[in-house]
Design a protein around this ligand. Structure first.
Ligand SMILES: Cc1cc2nc3c(=O)[nH]c(=O)nc-3n(C[C@H](O)[C@H](O)[C@H](O)COP(=O)(O)OP(=O)(O)OC[C@H]3O[C@@H](n4cnc5c(N)ncnc54)[C@H](O)[C@@H]3O)c2cc1C
Ligand code: FES
Length: 280
C-alpha cells in the first residue's frame, strides 16, 4: 500500500500527488514512469515520475483528469492509499553534458519534462526551457521549471500569458537566434510532439519525444503500447517511452490513440450515471 502524503490542485482538472514509495524512489531516474491502479478492478494508469525524493522515500505524480480512471484517482485524498503501484518502469532519459539543449513541455507534458530538465542542468548543460498551455490557468509548474532551467520561455495559445501562440513558435525563434542547439526534448500532446519534431527536422537537431500510447501490462508482453519508430515496431513501456522524434510514425500514433476514444467515452458515461440505469 502506497500512502498519499500530499495532494495539491495545480489547475482545474490537474492534480499533484506525492506518494510514499521508498522502493520506487530509491531507483527512479528522469524519463521513467509508474503504473498504478486505484482499486483492484481499475485499469492500469501509466504516469510519469515528475519528481522523486530518495531521502523522504517519495515520488511525485501530476495527472490530468481526462477520463474514468484519472477522475477516480483525483477523488483520493491525503492519507489514503493506492493499492497497486509499480515502478520505476521504462528506459531512463540519456543524460549527458551535450552543451546547449532545449526542453519543450506542453500542457501536462510540463510534468515529464521537469525531471529531464533538472537532470540535464545538473549534468552541466545550458537548459533553455519552453513551456506552454492553452491558457494561463492551465499552465503548471512555472516556478519549478524556472529553478531547473538556465532560461524559461512561456507560450499560451490565447495569449493570456507569455507569447501568444504555440510553443513551437518560440522553439523556432530560439533555434534561429541562438544556434548551436545540441539536442531538443519535446513532451506533451502527440500533435505538439509531432510539431516539435517537424520544427527541428530542417535544422537536423536530434529530437527526443516521449510517447504516451495506451498501456496495459507495462512489461512488453501485451503489445498494447506499440509504436512504429524508423519502420521498426517498438514497445513504449520497455523500449521507451522516449524515442527519436524524427523517426516516429506520427500518423500511426495518432490513429492508435483515436482507436480507444469511443470506449473511453462509454466508460465515463457509465461512471457519471452510476452504471445502474442500464443505458450503456
Ligand atoms: C511521456 C509522457 C508522459 C505523460 N505523463 C503524463 C502524466 O504523468 N500525467 C498526465 O496526466 N498525462 C501524462 N501524459 C499525457 C499528456 O501530457 C496529456 O495527454 C497532454 O498533455 C494533454 O494536454 P492538454 O490537453 O493540456 O493539451 P493542450 O492544452 O491541447 O495543449 C498543450 C500545449 O501543446 C501545444 N500544442 C497543442 N497543439 C499543438 C500543435 N498542433 N502544434 C504545436 N503545439 C501544439 C500548445 O501550444 C499548448 O501549449 C504524458 C504524456 C507523455 C508524452
Ligand atoms: S503495455 Fe503491454 S507491451 Fe507495453
Amino acid at each position: 500500500m502506497n500512502r498519499i502524503v500530499t495532494k495539491k490542485v495545480l489547475a482545474p482538472t490537474i492534480k499533484l500527488m506525492e506518494i510514499d514509495a521508498p522502493k520506487v524512489a530509491a531507483k527512479a531516474k528522469a524519463g521513467q514512469f509508474i503504473i498504478l491502479r486505484v482499486d483492484s478492478e481499475g485499469e492500469r494508469i501509466p504516469l510519469t515520475i515528475a519528481d522523486y525524493d530518495k531521502s523522504k522515500g517519495t515520488i511525485t505524480i501530476i495527472f490530468q483528469e481526462v477520463g474514468y480512471s484519472t477522475q477516480k484517482l483525483g477523488l483520493l485524498e491525503e492519507g489514503q492509499a493506492i493499492p497497486d503501484f509499480v515502478g520505476p518502469l521504462g528506459q531512463p532519459s540519456e543524460i549527458e553534458n551535450y552543451g546547449r539543449v532545449i526542453c519543450v513541455g506542453g500542457g501536462v507534458g510540463v510534468a515529464p519534462v521537469y525531471p529531464i530538465a533538472k537532470a540535464l542542468k545538473e549534468a552541466g548543460n545550458e537548459v533553455i526551457s519552453i513551456i506552454g498551455a492553452r491558457t494561463k490557468e492551465l499552465l503548471i509548474w512555472e516556478e519549478e521549471m524556472r529553478k531547473v532551467s538556465s532560461e524559461l520561455l512561456i507560450a499560451t495559445d490565447d495569449g493570456s500569458y507569455g507569447h501568444k501562440g504555440f510553443v513551437t513558435d518560440l522553439l523556432k525563434q530560439v533555434i534561429e537566434e541562438r544556434g548551436n542547439i545540441a539536442k531538443v526534448w519535446g513532451i506533451g500532446p502527440v500533435v505538439m510532439m509531432r510539431a516539435v519534431a517537424e520544427t527541428t527536422r530542417p535544422y537536423n537537431i536530434s529530437t527526443i519525444v516521449s510517447m504516451n500510447p495506451i498501456m496495459v501490462d507495462g512489461t512488453g508482453m501485451c503489445g498494447a503500447c506499440r509504436v512504429s519508430v524508423g519502420e521498426e515496431t517498438k514497445f513504449a513501456c520497455v523500449d521507451g517511452p522516449e524515442f527519436d522524434g524524427h523517426l516516429v510514425d506520427w500518423n500511426l500514433a495518432l490513429r492508435r490513440l483515436a482507436m480507444f476514444k469511443d470506449e473511453e467515452k462509454r466508460a465515463l458515461a457509465r461512471q457519471n450515471c452510476g452504471g445502474g440505469c442500464g443505458c450503456h
